[in-house]
Design a binder for this molecule. Sequence first.
Ligand code: SMG
Ligand code: MG
Length: 372
Amino acid sequence: MRFDAVELRSLELPLVRPFRTSFGTETVREALVVRVLGDDGEGYGECVAGSEPLYSSEFVASSWLVMRDHLVPALLAAGSTRADSVKDVLAGFSGHRMAKAALEMAVLDAELRSRCESLQELLGGTGESVTPGVSVGITTDVVELLDVVGRYLEEGYQRVKLKIEPGFDLEPVAAVRQLVGDGFMLQVDANTAYTRSDFDLLARLDEFGLLLLEQPLDEEDILGHAELARRLATPICLDESVLSVRSAATAIELGACSVVNIKAGRVGGYLEARRVHDLCRGAGVPVWCGGMLETGLGRAANLALATLPGFALPGDISATSRYFHEDITERFELVGGRIGVPKGPGLGVTVDVGTLERLTRRHEIVHARQAG
Ligand code: SMG
Ligand code: MG
């Protein structure tokens, strides 16, 4: 398809409750939504960067700038472009994977809609629904944590991930393990909050029978993770460290992880996410789908991705009600303890243009330069 213009929007979606991680607290999701306008239809994508450069170096304003001034002009100048060539078109620009992923996602949506194919079909996933998981933020105390987790259990979540940080680890994890019982799928995520001097403390997590310990150390400390993996019975899972098929292969080969969290935005798109999946599957490493507090656009795409065969563990894919009072697409609900996968063309969801307009705080359209 040939693209004439790309629309950028940043929206504000208030979260139903603040989400605190080891790197900060979010109360509003600032979502960056892109729409590509092509000669054969339009498509939507979502950039998962946060408001501030805390989880990653990318953030909404940087993604906006690099898309507007560099990535979008290159895409519009490329002439007829297929989704599977977007990566090559943008390859000259270093980094900015989340911004690149958003554009590739929008091109994928447009292309798939024009040929009436779903993202799930394109990726090679199967099945009608996935097991949801929920990521629970750091709370002021253990009493509040047990209350929050208890409510998610009542809603039907079958896997819980607890955010941890130094000072909020062994005690809350012990309390939640007691609440959910042995055998319940429980895991923790440190978002790089620990260092190599914490190995003795982290080894004590072994007694709680966790599914995995996600990203305890700095994203560049692959050897540190490998050393920790040798010390712990709990499987180490990497998130922030895995930026591509290549970094996934390195981490696996060095023994830094035995599970991988796949986020399409972090690795530069859903097509690279599939390649990471394929690599892990070949290496016998289970994967699961991470979440970035996405709107219904990203959630729809994540659901499709999570139906690939290597996604052996439930992901951070929860019902819309866990995140937002209102969303820009149809809502996702837990039905019989599962979440349905969109089956329609493209991402399989429809943007409510009125809501999109109302939640928009910033808006800009980049047009193709006229020839001559
Ligand atoms: O989308 O359910 C979700 C959030 C899942 O915990 C989650 N994501 O490190 O895995 C992670 C975090 C990153 C985002 S924190 C704003
Ligand atoms: Mg994580």
